[in-house]
Write a protein that binds this ligand. Structure first.
Ligand SMILES: [Zn+2]
Length: 715
């Protein structure tokens, strides 16, 4: 009876919400089971009964309930226990675990286990392994080492997922699914095996229809690469010279498609077998191996993993220095949250794994400082999260992640962050439904373009030029407090924004050019970085003068483009931007204005006196071309000045290191203020508000403790 009631409730909720035109009814889905109650939040942990003696499960569930956890995610790495040999399934242990959790009012998200196949599978079907960019096969023993195209692996992955779905479709307490685990995680993010080669050939046949069109799109006359049969098309493995850029970009698209279609097979089954459950997957923050707009298109909400301390440790390790500053890490994480929210047009997202202690495999980050675990949890909610699951409940005593510390330590005693996380969950539940269901407020957008991110590394033009650092720099300088920015992908509606900025927009399709033209014509401000529209969607260089399809909108012609290897050209600002001189780093587009005004020129350079930055009036709007790779201070001054001119208002001036977001619902507005610094900081308020956590009125200023957080209800 319980399951029928739940389904009836969901159908009713979906129909009601659909009829009145509200946003996706995630809350209804997430909160349907009595286990979660009326909270619009999933506050949980990632839990591994498969790695824990059964004698401890009851104690775990009791402790979790006491801790304030509403849900767990389980089983995503338990294929071997659920299918000990091919076609022989054993879900008894998982059912017992779910029943115990449900008894303690803890809801369950089940993970399908295709990220880590059991040894019997790879022994019997050795060709399921991925082949890396050097043409070498990966080996079993780790995870994420399988080919996304391989039909045998897909069939076996779907089979175990289907058995799980049928087994738990009506089980009380099960509320949703995570498909696979971290599609975007890999030391080698592309597979180059023969199955992928055949898949790519078929994908190309579907895309182009004929070899004539394909040869034209890729420009295969170069190096005698004209294909006379689709079966001749190679994958970009080492070949005594760089691959055809059009083929290489399409191969990235194919690999993204292969992973998305792998997910899609499981999604189609889950939607049919478990219509009352939500379905999502978890990616690794802001990593662009897969087009995440496609990955999440059919899923109920976006979910991803968030490990600030681990990322910092990783950056320092990769740079062999202390380069991983907290400012840079938290900017990337804020941007990741804003992308996660924007991928589904503002719908709330879930942090499926949130750092809960020391984190890492061979080496691990230190225990987060007092206040940081709370801060990172609030940062996610402030940017639009509806759920945070701490990774993990207890800490493994065996396996590659023994040092990825959880809420409980190896001896099951409370971790150093235990009380802080418990207090955070308590506070979030007390925030109230209004604030947690409110909309994020953004007047500005940064474009994150998968095509450009994949095309730039094929031919970066400068060995130090890469896409993600450019996007991060523009995001972080447009608003150092990470306030009011959506991170959108091409195809998104531009009309809600006053200003849209596009760092390193290397590939511009006709459709994207049309959207930008319309946006500016209607009064928007569009700001493009250097290399605008150098490539068309086939990764061919456009035959028209740059910036190609947008030359009329920008009102300039790119006279030359110059990678800078020694020295730094100066940049002198003029007119409305008159102020301190800046410098140009690794790239300079030399601009020749036609109708645009010049905002800055190059100095100390062979192109001295030429335009570096221009602004054009087009229709009712403005189009700004930033030809120079500006130093951070100048870029910040430029972008903030342009945002202010476009009508973007900063709700409050906050000290460096303080992050601020605003969420609103109906006539109510809430401001999240988060101090990313270890020392206390004072924020002067523009308007009075009420501290939502204490109920105290605040009128002039508030003191944020080191790593402190305040949520103010305004007005
Ligand atoms: Zn493959």
């Amino acid at each position: 009876m319980q399951a029928i009631k739940r389904r009836d409730f969901l159908h009713g909720a979906l129909a009601t919400v659909g009829a009145i035109g509200l946003r996706d009814p995630i809350w209804a889905l997430a909160n349907a089971p009595n286990a979660v109650g009326a909270l619009p939040l999933l506050l949980g942990a990632d839990y591994y009964p498969d790695q824990t003696p059964e004698s401890l499960w009851e104690e775990d569930a009791r402790m979790m309930a006491d801790f304030g956890i509403t849900n767990v995610r389980i089983a995503e790495f338990a294929w071997g226990l659920m299918e000990p040999s091919e076609g022989k399934f054993d879900f008894g242990w998982l059912r017992r675990s779910v029943e115990i959790l449900h008894k303690h009012n803890i809801a369950v998200i089940l993970g399908t286990p295709s990220a880590a196949p059991p040894p019997w599978l790879t022994a019997k079907y050795p060709d399921v392994v991925e082949v890396n960019a050097h043409g070498e096969p990966l080996h079993p023993g780790g995870r994420r080492f399988t080919c996304p195209t391989n039909k045998t692996y897909r069939k076996l992955s779907l089979a175990i997922a289907t058995e799980m779905a049928r087994t738990f479709a009506e089980t009380p307490g099960v509320i949703g699914w995570q498909i696979d685990n971290e599609f975007t995680l890999s030391d080698s993010p592309r597979c180059y095996c023969n199955f992928c080669r055949a898949g790519f050939q078929e994908w190309a046949r579907q895309k182009y229809g004929s070899l004539e069109k394909l040869n034209r799109a890729w420009g295969t006359a170069f190096w005698s690469q004209t294909y006379t049969d689709f079966a001749q098309i190679p994958v970009p493995l080492p070949s005594g010279g760089d691959p055809n850029p059009g083929l290489a970009l399409d191969y990235n698209r194919y690999q993204s498609y292969a992973n998305v279609s792998f997910l899609d097979e499981q999604w189609t089954m889950l939607r049919k077998v478990c219509p009352q459950h939500f379905v999502t997957t978890n990616n690794v923050g802001l990593i662009d191996y897969i087009n995440e707009r496609d990955l999440y298109a059919k899923l109920d909400f976006v979910a991803f993993d968030n490990y600030p301390g681990f990322f910092k440790m990783l950056m320092e390790q990769q740079a062999n220095s202390e380069a991983g500053s907290w400012d840079a890490i938290l900017t990337m994480i804020a941007m990741s949250h804003d992308l996660g929210r924007s991928l589904k047009d503002g719908k709330p997202f879930v942090i499926m794994e949130e750092q809960s202690g020391k984190a890492g495999q061979r080496t691990f980050s230190p225990q987060p400082e007092k206040g940081q675990l709370r801060l990172w949890t609030y940062q996610a909610v402030a940017h639009g999260a509806m759920g945070v699951n701490y990774f993990r409940w207890d800490t493994a005593t065996s396996g590659a992640e023994e040092y990825w510390h959880g809420i409980l330590q190896h001896d099951r005693s409370p971790s150093p962050g235990f009380d802080e996380m418990r207090q955070t969950l308590k506070e979030l539940k007390a925030l109230g439904r209004d604030v947690l269901e409110s909309q994020y407020v953004a007047d500005a957008a940064v474009i994150f373009d998968y095509d450009s991110s994949w095309a730039v590394p094929i031919q970066p033009g400068h060995f130090r030029l890469s896409y993600l650092p450019q996007v991060t720099a523009w995001y972080g300088t447009l608003s150092p407090s990470h306030t009011g920015i959506d991170v959108i992908v091409p195809g998104a509606d531009l009309s809600p924004y006053k200003i849209v900025v596009a760092p390193l927009p290397y590939v511009v399709s006709q459709a994207q050019a049309d959207r930008i033209r319309t946006f500016v014509k209607n009064g928007g401000t569009f700001v493009a970085g250097f290399r605008l529209g150098a490539k068309n969607e086939f990764s061919q260089i456009v035959r028209t003068p740059l910036p190609g399809l947008l030359r009329d909108v920008m009102g300039v012609t790119v006279e030359d483009y110059v990678p800078i290897y020694s020295g730094k050209p100066g940049v002198t600002f003029s007119g409305a931007l008159a102020g301190p001189d800046g410098t140009c780093g690794i790239w300079a587009d030399i601009l020749q204005p036609s109708s645009a005004e010049v905002l800055a020129t190059y100095t100390n350079f062979s192109h001295a006196g030429k335009a570096a930055i221009t602004r054009n009036s087009f229709g009712k709007g403005k189009a700004v071309y930033v030809g120079a790779d500006l130093d951070p201070t100048s870029l910040a001054r430029l972008l903030r000045s342009l945002a202010a001119s476009a009508g973007v208002q900063t709700p409050l001036e906050v000290p460096p290191g303080v992050e601020m977001t605003v969420r609103q619902a109906g006539g109510k507005r809430w401001m999240f203020l988060m101090n990313n610094k270890p020392d206390a900081q004072t924020v002067k308020l523009a308007k009075p508000g009420t501290d939502l956590l204490t109920g105290r009125a605040r009128s002039e200023s508030i003191e944020l403790s080191g790593y402190g957080v305040q949520v103010l209800q305004l007005g």
